[in-house]
Ligand binder design. Structure first.
Ligand code: SAM
Length: 206
């Protein structure tokens, strides 16, 4: 069972040494998918900063969706702080059982969460199920750019466990691993892989 201190993560990580990465990743998602309207889920969104950054540059209605009730509580505070209550909400649930109807979502984004899902294949199948035909998925992990990754690594240099954890997650989740999941699910899509991150990207066929 995944555990984390949501408040500490929000204050020290999301608003601390990860602060710059969310707007950059949100812009990359927008540039790639072009989705600006409709419904978006930030899956495993934690205290919500990627979804909030996505809402800030689009007209999307964003749902921060996360396993942990504490994350939902802190996400709601972050949404209120950014005065985005009319377009951003937070809801508890798990990636492997997304409580949305079939063909109802325009964009699913997810950063830094898939590594912790109990069943990644089921989660990806769920993402595909809830997407509308033509809707996009952008799921994985990363830091936006190599420069931002270098800044985060500098901020974490006194904690070798942090880099060990990151390296271990990268090793366990190489691009071939995600490509295999897409092939097994017969979802046409690709893996974007670079030093700053690994992303599973697909558009549901019309
Ligand atoms: C490292 S945090 C990343 C949070 C945020 N997306 C970010 O980029 O900073 C991982 C998040 O994934 C969530 N999570 C883990 N397993 C999950 C699952 N099966 N379904 C939904 N969320 C999950 C955790 O509760 C946690 O908030």
């Amino acid at each position: 069972m995944y555990e984390m201190n949501a408040r500490e993560y929000s204050e020290n990580v999301m608003k601390g040494y990860f602060k710059k990465i969310y707007p950059v990743i949100a812009q990359q998602i927008l540039d790639y998918t072009g989705v600006t309207e409709g419904k978006c889920i930030d899956l495993g969104g934690g205290p919500g900063m990627l979804g909030i950054s996505m809402a800030a540059i689009t007209n999307l209605e964003v749902v921060i969706y996360d396993l942990l009730p504490e994350c939902i509580e802190v996400a709601n505070e972050n949404i209120a702080e950014r005065k985005l209550n009319r377009r951003v909400t937070a809801r508890q649930g798990k990636a492997e059982d997304i409580q949305f109807p079939d063909n109802s979502v325009d964009l699913v984004i997810s950063r830094g969460s898939i590594f912790f899902w109990e069943d990644q294949k089921k989660g990806i199948a769920e993402v595909h199920r809830v997407l509308k035909p033509g809707g996009w998925a952008y799921i994985g992990g990363g830091f936006g750019t190599p420069e931002l990754l270098a800044e985060v690594m500098e901020a974490r240099k006194d904690d070798p466990e942090w880099e060990k954890g990151r390296a271990c997650r990268m090793k366990k989740n190489p691009p071939e691993h995600y490509q295999k999941i897409l092939e097994e699910l017969e979802i046409p899509g690709g893996i974007q892989y670079g030093s700053a991150g690994t992303w599973i990207i697909f558009q549901k066929q019309e």
